[in-house]
Ligand binder design. Structure first.
Ligand code: UD1
Length: 343
C-alpha cells in the first residue's frame, strides 16, 4: 500500500517539484499550503506531469486548532516534509516577527501534532544560510554555525535546534534536516517552476525575467568581492535533483536506515559559481544577451559558499546529476512557457 506523506508548502517552488518525485514513486501525497507565496496552478502542473492531482488543503500552519483537526483526520500519515516557510532575507530584516511567527510557530504546531498522533518521520527544509560566511570552504555539516545574518537565517538555525531537542526527547521521533544551497531551474516539462510574486529577490528568476523583457536590467550586487572575478559565489543546484533528495530522505526514515534520531545533510553540487558565470551560462543556453550593470553589494550577502557533499553522496547515495547549463536551460524554458500562457 502506498504511504501517505504530508508535504507542507507543497504548492511552492521546491515543494511542487518534490510532490512530483513522490508521486512518481507512488507515495500518496497530501499538501497543506496557505498559498501566501505560491499558486494553486502548480497543482495543475503536478497533475499534468504525473497524472495525479494531489490532495490539497489550504490553511495556515500557525493556526494551532486547524493543524490539530487536520492531523486528527489524517492519522495514517507516515511522514512529513515541512517546506512551508517565509524565505525572503531582506523582508525578514524589516519584519522579523512575521518570520519568527510563520517559521517557528508552524514548526511547533507540526511537531506537537506529530507527537500526539504518533507520526515519527520528519524531513525539514533547512538552508546553507545557517553557516553564514564560513571561514573554510567548502562547508561540511560540521562547519561551525555562526550567528545568523538575518532573522530568516536565524529561524532556520532555531528550527533545527527545536527539532533536535524534540527528537532527543523520544526514541520514537526522527528527523532529517536538509541544508539546501541555491536551488534553480524547473521541471524539464516546463509545467512547474519558480514563480516569485512581484520583483524577484533571487538571481536566476531575475535573470530570466530580464531576458524575457519584464525587467529592464539585472543588477550584479558587487564586483569587488575577494573572488576570481569579483562577484559573489554560490552553489546552484537543479531543483529536480534537490526534489529527489527528499524522496531519498523519506525512504531512509521509512526503512529505518537513519543512523541517529536527528541527521543533517548538505545538498549542493559541490561547485561554486559566480554571478558573472551565471550570466554567461544564461546567455549561452538562451542565445539572449543579458542587460546588466554592476551595483553595490547587497546588505547581508555573504561573499562565497559552496558545499562539501561527501556525506550526502556517501550516506544518502544522492548526487546532483544536472549541470549548471542544463539547470539554467530549464529555468529559461519555464519562463518562456509561463509567459506564453500568461502574457
Ligand atoms: C539566500 C540564502 C539562502 C536562502 C535564500 C532564500 C545564503 C548564502 N543564501 O540565497 O539560504 O534560502 O536566500 O531566498 O544566505 N544577486 C545579484 N543580483 C540580483 C539577485 C542576486 O547579483 O538581482 C546575487 C546575490 O548577491 C548573490 C547571488 O546572486 O550573490 C545569489 O543570490 P540569491 O539568488 O538571492 O540567493 P542567496 O542570497 O544566495
Amino acid at each position: 500500500m502506498s504511504k501517505k506523506v504530508l508535504v507542507t508548502g507543497g504548492a511552492g517552488y521546491i515543494g511542487s517539484h518534490t510532490v512530483v518525485e513522490l508521486q512518481e514513486k507512488n507515495y500518496d501525497v497530501v499538501i497543506v499550503d496557505n498559498l501566501s507565496n505560491s499558486s494553486i496552478d502548480s497543482l495543475d502542473g503536478i497533475q499534468a506531469i504525473t497524472g495525479i492531482r494531489p490532495a490539497f488543503e489550504k490553511f495556515d500552519l500557525c493556526d494551532r486548532e486547524r493543524v490539530y483537526s487536520f492531523f486528527k483526520k489524517n492519522i495514517d500519515i507516515a511522514a512529513v516534509i515541512h517546506f512551508a516557510a517565509s524565505k525572503a532575507v531582506g523582508e525578514s530584516v524589516e519584519n522579523p516577527l512575521k518570520y519568527y511567527r510563520n517559521n517557528l510557530v508552524s514548526l511547533m504546531n507540526i511537531l506537537e501534532n506529530m507527537e500526539k498522533f504518533h507520526i515519527s518521520n520528519l524531513v525539514f527544509s533547512s538552508s546553507c544560510t545557517v553557516y553564514g560566511q564560513a571561514k573554510e570552504l567548502p562547508v561540511t555539516e560540521n562547519t561551525p554555525i555562526l550567528p545568523a545574518s538575518s532573522p530568516y537565517g536565524n529561524t532556520k538555525q532555531v528550527s533545527e535546534e527545536i527539532i533536535r531537542d524534540t527528537m532527543d526527547a523520544s526514541d520514537f521521533n526522527r528527523a532529517i534536516s536538509l541544508r539546501y544551497f541555491n536551488p534553480i531551474g524547473a521541471h524539464p516539462t516546463a509545467l512547474i517552476g519558480e514563480l516569485p510574486l512581484g520583483v524577484p529577490d533571487n538571481l536566476v528568476p531575475f535573470i530570466t525575467q530580464t531576458g524575457i523583457g519584464i525587467r529592464d536590467k539585472l543588477r550584479v550586487f558587487g564586483d569587488d568581492y575577494n573572488t576570481p572575478d569579483g562577484s559573489a559565489i554560490r552553489d546552484y543546484l537543479h531543483v529536480v535533483d534537490l526534489a529527489k533528495a527528499h524522496v531519498v530522505a523519506i525512504e531512509r526514515l521509512l526503512t529505518d536506515k537513519n543512523k541517529a534520531n536527528f541527521e543533517v545533510f548538505n545538498l549542493g553540487t559541490g561547485n561554486g559559481v559566480s554571478v558573472f558565470e551565471m550570466i554567461r551560462s544564461f546567455e549561452k543556453v538562451s542565445g539572449v544577451k543579458l542587460n546588466y550593470e554592476v551595483a553595490k553589494r547587497r546588505p547581508g550577502d555573504i561573499e562565497q559558499i559552496w558545499a562539501d557533499t561527501t556525506l550526502a553522496n556517501n550516506e544518502l547515495g544522492w548526487k546532483t546529476k544536472s549541470s549548471l547549463d542544463e539547470a539554467v536551460r530549464t529555468a529559461w524554458q519555464w519562463e518562456k512557457h509561463y509567459r506564453s500562457l500568461n502574457p
